[in-house]
Ligand binder design. Structure first.
Ligand code: SAH
Ligand code: SF4
Ligand code: F3S
Length: 494
């Protein structure tokens, strides 16, 4: 059965499977009567796609120990919270969830049972010591670079130790992850694949360099092997992941070093891998070879998430982004020259310290110039330990909120305009599961828009041309080109 992750996220939710269904239920009641019975595991995931990938790999590590995923913490012997530290709100959610689990754990122990709570991810990395003090009922605290050591940590916790593993270990966790990664997207048709981790850029607002550590690229052969495995297990679409995925420069099979553009060309040679994506990119690392891959590699989808954060040169400099608005706009031109049907999405922060009304207007102007198909905007959130947190010229909360509303209205209008521009077009849709209404199936366009189409379950796993007839702000509707009647037998174009 396809395993699913319980993903509760406020960050970059676009690619993350959101509560797609319930994982397998354990037949055994709690507490497990015999040691050999499956052990319930519940993983909660917040944050970016890299956390979603990591959660899946934690499941891979724990399955050989007899753990099986369960739908709710009530049925679990081990609960893992894989957390995000990117904005204040993300962190608060973790603490409120911890409080709820503490209640469950107490009730469980009162009934003579046991529950192990493990805190993973970026909050664990950044605030491990604080959590130990504030939430002593948490058994294990470990950072994103140590989860390959989970079996040993569990043994230590079972022996009564309160485990804290937030050092950046010398070994590469990817070398120690057992088994094969599973495609965990809907119906196992799409998969994430982490190729790059960490960040050396130190944008002045951002915690990631502190929580994930220095930039690291997995070797090309390891990436290709994992991709081949995912395709063998049914994945047709792979999204390469990295905090700065286009900074990837991995050891090549020939002993040299490849760029991400070169890696994508090698991935495109894998038979039956129909769609390749990558996220998240930094404008500074958009090398020529990657732009040319957009021109030359048909499997590379014409949709690019390229965060700009601000349209003001002053704010961009204060953020330490390393590029100007003109640099960004020129880059968009070059990308669109290479791939005229490229659609773009971005991230925007409003209310960064020192952002004036004029600087905010510059951001709106940049948004209008580019016309983003999809976007994510956030009010600046002060993060402890980052350079911008110490600035005296913080923007008032009410101003941040007002600017966020303006920017979100603009971005929503641009997204709606993009969806409307798809009306009448024929787009290839990868069908992944049932649609919103009975008799409908749903899939994704090359631009990641969800599409609902009358059709039969046999469509799942096929890439089929669909004529777009209905455009909503967040989804499309249409009909199959070759078979206007529901349930047609489309040729497999994957
Ligand atoms: N590596 C990516 C971004 C990763 S974080 C890049 O460089 O673009 C995802 C998004 O969260 C960022 O693009 C940014 O828009 C937002 N973000 C990060 N830190 C933030 C903060 N302190 N306050 C508000 N938004 C933030
Ligand atoms: Fe954070 Fe900047 Fe690194 Fe992106 S590039 S992860 S925003 S420090
Ligand atoms: Fe959040 Fe860590 Fe990802 S802070 S956005 S989970 S890298």
């Amino acid at each position: 059965m396809q395993r699913k992750l319980d993903v509760t996220t406020d960050t970059q939710a676009r690619l993350i499977p959101q509560r797609e269904g319930l994982p397998a239920q354990l037949p055994t009641p709690f507490p497990h009567p015999v040691e050999t019975a499956p052990r319930g595991l519940h993983v909660m995931t917040w944050g970016c796609q890299m956390n979603a990938y990591d959660s899946g790999r934690m499941v891979d590590i724990l399955e050989p120990l007899g753990f099986r995923e369960v739908a709710a913490p009530e049925q679990a012997e081990l609960v893992v919270l894989n957390t995000c530290h990117i904005r204040e709100r993300a962190t608060e959610k973790v603490f409120s969830e911890l409080g709820r689990l503490h209640g469950l754990k107490r009730a469980r122990e009162a009934a003579g049972g046991r529950m192990t709570i493990a805190l993973a991810g970026c909050v664990a990395q950044a605030e491990g010591e604080i959590i130990r003090a504030r939430a002593p009922y948490v058994d294990i605290v470990f950072g994103p670079q140590t989860y390959h050591r989970l079996p040993a940590m569990l043994r230590r916790a079972a022996a009564g130790e309160r485990v804290l593993e937030t050092e950046f270990p010398p070994e590469d966790k990817f070398d120690f992850l057992p088994g094969e990664a599973a495609p965990r997207g809907p119906s196992g048709l799409t998969a994430f694949l982490s190729v790059q981790e960490g960040c050396d850029k130190f944008c002045t607002f951002c915690v990631v360099p502190y929580t994930r550590g220095a930039e690291f690229s997995r070797p090309a052969e390891a990436v290709l092997a994992e991709a081949r495995g995912l395709v063998a297990r049914g994945a047709q679409e792979i999204t390469l992941l990295g905090q700065n995925v286009n900074a990837w420069h991995g050891a090549a099979p020939d002993g040299g070093t490849w760029t991400l553009g070169r890696l994508i060309r090698a991935l495109a040679e894998i038979p039956r891998l129909a769609r390749i994506r990558y996220t998240t990119s930094h404008p500074r690392d958009m090398e020529d070879s990657l732009i040319l891959a957009h021109r030359d590699v048909p499997q590379l989808m014409p949709f690019l998430h390229l965060p700009v954060q601000s349209g003001s040169d002053r704010v961009l400099a204060d953020m330490n982004r390393g590029h100007t608005r003109e640099d960004y706009l020129r880059l968009i031109d070059r990308l669109r020259d290479a791939r005229p049907d490229l659609a773009l999405s971005t991230d925007i922060i409003v209310g960064f310290p020192g952002e004036t009304d004029a600087a905010f207007e510059d951001t709106l102007d940049l948004l209008r110039r580019v016309g983003f198909a999809q976007s994510y905007s956030f009010a600046y959130s002060t993060r402890p330990g980052t350079a911008a947190a110490a600035r005296a010229d913080q923007v008032a909360a009410a101003v941040k909120d007002a600017r966020l509303q303006v920017v979100q209205a603009e971005l929503q209008a641009e997204a709606t305009a993009f969806n409307t521009s798809c009306l009448g077009r024929t787009l290839d849709v990868l069908f992944v599961g049932p649609g919103r209404r009975p008799g409908q199936m749903s899939g994704r366009t090359p631009y990641l828009q969800p599409v609902h189409v009358p059709g039969a379950a046999a469509l799942v796993g096929r890439i089929v041309p669909v004529t777009i007839e209905d455009a909503r702000p967040n989804s499309l509707g249409g009909r199959l080109v070759d078979h206007p009647e529901p349930g047609g037998q489309e040729p497999d174009r994957a």
